[in-house]
Ligand binder design. Structure first.
Ligand code: PMP
Length: 360
């Protein structure tokens, strides 16, 4: 068996220990004589699995009891619609959005269908290489909510601050940064995150919503997108993504064994610092993002000539370094350094980059 260092932005690498456990339990889960995939979601065994996963996530993120934790389907993209449907009330309600790249744009494009979108600030003029300072934002008094994307997976841009929006509910798409370091959940009205980066298999989306925000949904909100209905049903209004939920739970337990989000934060910061230092010090590779807004999770970089890209990627693959091509909309390379990427993977990448430069 050969495992590569997988730098994919998502679906992304999972911890080897978790994959091994899943393999070992596949045919017979702890004497149940079946896989978790084959269990009824209503049975006592699966109920305990689901509750344990939620309890572990609450523990890891220090989620207070006045927040509901939902395990839903449809990925983060389904939540782009769920957010205005649950919070905006009517078509005329105004929601503020901060535009910092592809994912915040997708979120606000979807919201346009359901409410009035105010783009409070945009980094488009910088080609999405920075985060607009909060002092420059044009927010709406009494907005239904303010949405932002703390980490833009494609542009590799990360907010170096949590916005202060007073009483307006703060809604954050944490898809590519959840569990990568401690965050103060109490600052947020809603946190949501697609699972396929730091949590588990694609399709699952975790939603953490302050309970006082439940009950505001429009009457025509589909029940599978209705947070209040889903919270009342323990995320089991219909059959949930049982196996993905289970895998997420194993990842949470793995994270606890690693020392939780504090330990993860220290490692992730060191991993990113090492790669950015290699890029900046090379005089060959380049990252265009303003240093204070550089992502710890997704590190885009370019080579001095696009003609070198293919050779770089082929050599990387031979060196056991996979999925380094940048998103097609921005080109170049991108190394995603989620929790399951060990420092040894970053070391191997930095060594390969230096060798490639020497031979070019
Ligand atoms: N938000 C962010 C920040 C993302 O990176 C992604 C996926 N890469 C999404 C939303 C969309 O997630 P999904 O494909 O699971 O709907």
């Amino acid at each position: 068996m050969t495992r590569v260092y997988n730098f994919s932005a998502g679906p992304a690498a999972l911890p080897l220990e978790v994959l091994e456990q899943l393999r070992d339990e596949m045919l017979d889960w702890h004497g149940a004589g079946m896989s978790v995939m084959e269990m009824s979601h209503r049975g006592a065994t699966y109920t305990a699995i689901a509750q344990q996963a939620e309890a572990d996530l609450r523990d890891l993120m220090d989620i207070p009891s006045d927040y509901a934790v939902l395990f839903l389907q449809g990925g983060a993209t389904a939540q782009f619609s769920a957010i205005p449907l649950n919070l905006a009330g009517t078509r005329h309600a105004v929601a503020d959005y901060v535009d910092t790249g592809t994912w915040s744009r997708k979120a606000l494009d979807e919201a346009h269908r359901y409410c009035t979108v105010n783009i409070a600030a945009s980094a488009a003029a910088s080609h999405y290489t920075t985060v607009p300072a909060q002092a420059s934002w044009q927010t709406t008094p009494g907005a239904a909510y303010l949405h932002y994307t703390p980490n833009e997976t494609i542009h590799g841009v990360e907010f170096p601050f949590v916005p202060d929006v007073g009483d307006v509910p703060l809604v954050a798409d944490l898809s590519s940064t959840i569990l990568s370091r401690p965050i103060d959940v109490r600052r947020f009205g809603v946190i949501y995150a697609g699972a396929q980066k730091n949590i588990g298999p694609a399709g699952l989306v975790v939603v953490i919503v302050r309970r006082d925000l439940l009950g505001r949904a429009r009457g025509d909100t589909p029940s599978t997108l209705n947070w209040e209905s889903m919270a009342a049903a323990g995320s089991m209004l219909n059959t949930p993504a049982t196996y993905s939920w289970y895998v997420a739970g194993l990842v949470f337990q793995w994270l606890k064994r690693q020392g939780g989000v504090e330990a993860m934060g220290r490692t992730n910061q060191a991993k990113a610092a090492k790669l950015y230092a290699a890029i900046d010090g090379s005089g060959f590779y380049r990252n265009p993002v303003e240093p204070s807004c550089r992502s710890w999770m997704n590190v885009p970089f370019t080579l001095p000539d696009k003609a070198l890209d293919q050779r770089f990627l082929e050599g990387a693959r031979r060196a056991g370094l996979a999925a380094l091509a940048g998103h097609k909309s921005v080109g170049g390379m991108r190394a995603s350094l989620y929790n399951a990427m060990p420092m040894a993977g970053v070391d191997a990448l930095v060594e390969y980059m230096s060798e490639f430069q020497r031979l070019s």
